[in-house]
Design a protein around this ligand. Sequence first.
Ligand SMILES: CC(C)(COP(=O)(O)OP(=O)(O)OC[C@H]1O[C@@H](n2cnc3c(N)ncnc32)[C@H](O)[C@@H]1OP(=O)(O)O)[C@@H](O)C(=O)NCCC(=O)NCCS
Length: 334
Amino acid sequence: MLVEFENMRHVAITAVGAHLPEEVVDNAWFVERYDTTDEWIRARSGIRFRRKLPDNEATSDLAVRAAKEILETRGLKPTDLDMIIIATVSMDHIYPSTGNLVQAKLGATGVPSYDVLAACTGFIYALVQGYSMVRCGMYDKVMVLGAEAMSRITNFDDRSTCFLFGDAAAGFLLEPSDEPGIVKLYLGSDGSKGDILCQKAGGSKYPATEERIRNKEHFLYMEGREVFKHAVRRMAQASDEVLERSGWTTDDVDLFFAHQANVRIVDSTVKHLKLDVSKNYATIETVGNTTSASIPYGMYAAYKEGRLKKGDKVLITAFGGGFTWGSGTIIWSI
Ligand SMILES: CC(C)(COP(=O)(O)OP(=O)(O)OC[C@H]1O[C@@H](n2cnc3c(N)ncnc32)[C@H](O)[C@@H]1OP(=O)(O)O)[C@@H](O)C(=O)NCCC(=O)NCCS
């Protein structure tokens, strides 16, 4: 489904922020504990390092640091915000939402806040919501963050998934603009594939019991090979769709940010799109798959590095549990 509003305000990304926890977990950590090798992990996933948050912190603590950077760089007080949206699958609690906790920790008194749950596509879903609010004139300053403590929901008994994920938070401030910033956004889902990538227990269908906890049913479960096939197909299709609706071709794109699921998934998507590989910006080697934080963290890193400059045309795409997928075209405004 394409998200479109005609004759309304343009929406731009006007500030960025991110936070990575200090602790770095390298592949040697897994080699010491599992029947695996650094070569296998790198060849299958492209990952060398990921970050892990301290025991006394939770997802909201990562999100608050990213949020503070956004406020500071834009010279805003927390109460200047009109809305806080957090995409996450590793929320501090089922409720209150992580958005509510971030609102309180920031001191954004009275500012509405909530979470969006669309797994690795969560940030694009949240972006659609923030974009829509600004585009139609409902709000002027919407903060959209992706924040994850994946190390808290990873099943460390499953050697085929445990090395993939990392902790991070990153996001944007969205504001009205004279020039187009976010050009088009596109979303899709297929709930019939939900059990291939899920966190089964802990909700109303399978409430936590001793047995379910013993069976690790409250951790992330993934059939990697199946997910792989769908991820490439959906990210490529979503990218094609949003490019066409924007009147862009891959030649117009200056930088491409795919959800950092796995280097092979991203490389296959790039190949399908016939995109110049030099336009593919990757962070997976150093931070792993950070789920909802993956796309905004990539854009943050590219901007800080000087790779992403004002006026650059950006293509984003993601795929994740649900299944969910999405894409977007953006003209960078900072
Ligand atoms: C998880 C993933 C890296 C596994 O790679 P794969 O090539 O599909 O590997 P498989 O699970 O089919 O396992 C292949 C073999 O490696 C073995 N293996 C699994 N984990 C291993 C590890 N850590 N080290 C060494 N060998 C391992 C398996 O036992 C299997 O052995 P077998 O052939 O003798 O049975 C890959 O499927 C993947 O990245 N999928 C997408 C996941 C993703 O990115 N999800 C994010 C959500 S968007």
